[in-house]
Design a binder for this molecule. Structure first.
Ligand SMILES: [Zn+2]
Length: 94
């Protein structure tokens, strides 16, 4: 009897486009090892943290660029909205 050891293979699927990733370039390429981790606490009714509510997203390079661009644009829009003082006579809250 012979024993043959077959190493495990790790396969990552992009959480956005669903493609099985590979280490090359092109569709499904994942040379940047892209991952978005959202860290947050789950809160109870009184607002106290009661559990871990983190979530992770793995992305291929193409989707990582799209997600990074979307996050940057959203943060920029929020920042612009929050830092722009309301104009006199227009009655806006911000
Ligand atoms: Zn993708």
């Amino acid at each position: 009897m012979a024993t043959k050891i077959i190493p495990a293979k790790t396969e990552t699927t992009c959480d956005a486009c669903g493609v099985a990733c590979h280490n090359g370039s092109g569709k499904g390429g994942r040379r940047n090892n892209g991952r978005l981790t959202v860290r947050r606490d789950a809160l109870d009714a009184a607002g106290c943290p009661v559990a871990n509510a983190n979530c992770d997203f793995d992305f291929c390079d193409e989707c990582l660029c799209a997600v990074t661009d979307a996050v940057n644009r959203t943060v920029e829009a929020i920042r612009k909205k929050c830092l722009t003082p309301p104009r006199w006579g227009q009655g806006g809250t911000k």
